[in-house]
Every structure is written in structure tokens, then in C-alpha cells.
Design a binder for this molecule. Structure first.
Ligand SMILES: NC(=O)c1ccc[n+]([C@@H]2O[C@H](COP(=O)([O-])OP(=O)(O)OC[C@H]3O[C@@H](n4cnc5c(N)ncnc54)[C@H](OP(=O)(O)O)[C@@H]3O)[C@@H](O)[C@H]2O)c1
Length: 297
């Protein structure tokens, strides 16, 4: 859907340079949109030989992009998760450099995990974070450190990210699925194209002076995992295993998987889509998975 995204998006302001730190799955999609729009973009990965890497950045190995590159960066997007101590790899390594860069916009990809469990209720940017998992507490510390940086910051809070090559279609093809039945349990999600589209929309609005600090980037339809798996299986023309009650499935789940099932919330995108006027490319998992099927081919 890159073609559709390009039609809907505006390039960076002239003379701008976007640096994407941690250009993995999401970062590469943002970079692809930037390039198609004719914008100047550079991507960092820890290993310069990784696909799509223009410069190396590794906070642990202290690999830093060349100063000449940093000094030209006007727009920065960090997609790098917190380190094990809850510190932000970019802020701990590049703080001094960030102050000298001509930054007009800084985006930080965070998670909606900071909201904690909401017992299936809707949650918006106006709700105070209540992280329960230790990884979400680390994430909130990083958000706070970015907020304290004084940079022209926007925090993009993301639910489960999926897209071509990383969706329920792969889980089904790899026969890795269980139809876990936990009545009332939903998950929110976002297609990676909409992360790219929303980032460019936000940059454009920020350039016009509208820059709310925190924005949820989620689709319109939080839903159960089983609905998503059923739909994905139907696209592949295969059946799904029988339902398994959560209580029995939980016995063999990894602590990480279990932690996801302990939180239940519906992430509101009203600010992004209503107040800020972003139109989702994939408003729900049906649209998103059909796209994944096309792109996977
Ligand atoms: N996956 C989800 O469903 C989900 C949901 C909500 C939020 N998030 C968060 O959203 C962000 C983007 O997600 P994603 O799935 O696109 O991430 P991803 O593909 O895992 O990319 C993470 C990037 O961070 C880089 N990185 C990790 N540690 C680093 C360090 N110490 N120094 C420098 N670079 C480092 C990685 O480098 P390499 O390229 O060298 O590996 C990679 O490019 C992440 O912060 C993620 O935690 C993810």
C-alpha cells in the first residue's frame, strides 16, 4: 500500500533531513515512505551491514553516527526500545549531540503498554499511565526522559504492530497458533503503513505549529485474537484449531506471552483520527491482513 500512502502524504519541508534511529521493522517502513516522497532520510542499525543501514548506531558498543551527519538532521525518529535498566539508549548516548542538532521534530515510538490493564475499557492520551509490567515501567521512564529533554518531541504510543512479513498469516503458515478463548479479552493493533503515514502526518502538522506531545496510533477495531486468526486462516483457505480455554493454554505460555494476556484495553485513536485529521490506510485488521496477503506474495 506504499503507493496509496505516498498519494496521501506530504514530503518533509525542503532542506530537511530525517534520521531514523533503530530502523528495524517500523523504521524501514517510515524510511520507504520518506524515500518515495523524495525526502532526505538516513537509517541507523547496530550493524552497518544490516539491510537498510546507512549509518551505525549502537548504544552498547558506543557506535555513533558521524558528527557531520548528525549536524544536518532536522527530524529524528527513535524506534529503539529501553535498555534493561529503563534508560533510553539514544538519550544516554547522544544527549550532548542532540542539543547541537537543528531539530525541528523528534518522534519517539513508545507503547500503549504504559496504560496498564483497563479491564477492556477505552483508554486515551488523557488517561494517566499505570504501567504494571516491568517492561512498561521502563518504557514510561524513557518517555519521561524524552519529555524532560526539552526537544520538540512527540511520543507515538503503539499497540501490537503488524504488517507484511509479520502478521497472523505467518503464525498460521508456521502452524504456531492456538485459538485461546478468554471471553472479553481484546487487543489493539496497528498496521505498519499507518505508523509511517501517521508519522508524516504529524510532522506536517508540527510544521504548521500543531504538536500535541502524546498520540496513540491505533486502528479503529480492538478485537479478540481468535477473530483475527479466523480471518487470517480464511484468507489462506485453511481451518483453525479448536478453541482452548485460557486457563489451560496459560499453563504452557511463556512469561512474556502471559503478560500480554494479563492486560485488557481498547486504545482510542480519537486524537489522531478526529482531532488531528489522520485517515487510516488500514482501519481494521481485515483491511490490514488483506494487504499483508498481497504484499507477502
Ligand atoms: N513489535 C510490537 O508489536 C511493538 C508494539 C508497541 C511498541 N513497540 C516498540 O516500537 C518500536 C519499534 O518497534 P519495531 O517492532 O519496529 O522494532 P524493531 O524492528 O525491533 O527495531 C528496533 C530497532 O532498535 C535497534 N536497537 C535495539 N537496541 C539498540 C541499541 N542498544 N542501540 C542502538 N539501536 C538499538 C535495533 O537495531 P538492529 O536493527 O541492529 O536490530 C532495531 O533497528 C520499538 O521501540 C518497540 O519496542 C513494538
Amino acid at each position: 500500500m506504499l503507493t496509496e500512502l505516498v498519494k496521501r502524504s506530504m514530503p518533509l519541508p525542503p532542506q530537511s533531513k530525517l534520521l531514523i534511529l533503530g530502523a528495524g521493522f517500523s523504521g524501514q517502513h517510515v524510511a520507504a515512505l520518506a524515500r518515495k516522497l523524495g525526502s532526505n532520510v538516513l537509517c541507523s542499525r547496530r550493524d552497518i551491514n544490516s539491510p537498510g543501514a546507512d549509518v551505525a548506531f549502537d548504544s552498547v558498543a558506543k557506535k555513533i553516527p558521524p558528527l557531520k551527519v548528525l549536524r544536518e538532521v532536522t527530524h529524528l525518529l527513535s524506534c529503539i526500545p529501553p535498555d534493561p535498566n529503563g534508560e533510553d539508549p539514544v538519550l544516554t548516548t547522544l544527549s550532548a549531540h542532540l542539543k547541537e542538532m537543528p531539530l525541528e521534530w523528534v518522534g519517539y515510538l513508545s507503547t500503549t503498554g504504559v496504560y496498564g490493564d483497563r479491564k477492556g475499557e477505552w483508554v486515551s492520551e488523557a488517561d494517566n499511565p499505570q504501567p504494571e509490567q516491568s517492561r512498561s515501567k521502563r518504557r514510561l521512564s524513557c518517555e519521561q526522559a524524552w519529555e524532560a529533554s526539552g526537544l520538540p518531541l512527540q511520543i507515538l504510543r503503539l499497540p501490537g504492530i503488524y504488517g507484511p512479513g509479520r502478521s497472523a498469516l505467518q503464525s498460521i503458515r508456521n502452524k504456531k497458533i492456538k485459538m485461546i478463548d478468554k471471553p472479553g479479552q481484546v487487543f489493539s493493533r496497528i498496521h505498519v503503513d499507518d505508523i509511517a503515514g501517521a508519522a508524516f502526518h504529524l510532522i506536517h502538522l508540527a510544521n504548521k505549529g500543531q504538536r500535541p506531545q502524546i498520540i496513540n496510533i491505533a486502528d479503529n477495531l480492538p478485537t479478540t485474537n481468535t477473530e483475527v486468526l479466523r480471518f487470517a486462516a480464511s484468507l489462506l483457505g485453511i481451518g483453525v484449531p479448536p478453541l482452548e480455554p485460557f486457563e489451560s493454554a496459560a499453563k504452557t505460555m511463556s512469561p512474556m506471552a502471559l503478560s500480554f494476556w494479563q492486560e485488557n484495553r481498547r486504545v482510542s485513536n480519537q486524537m489522531l483520527c478526529k482531532d488531528l485529521g489522520y485517515s487510516l490506510i488500514h482501519p481494521d485488521y481485515q483491511s490490514g491482513l488483506k494487504d499483508c496477503l498481497d504484499q507477502d506474495k
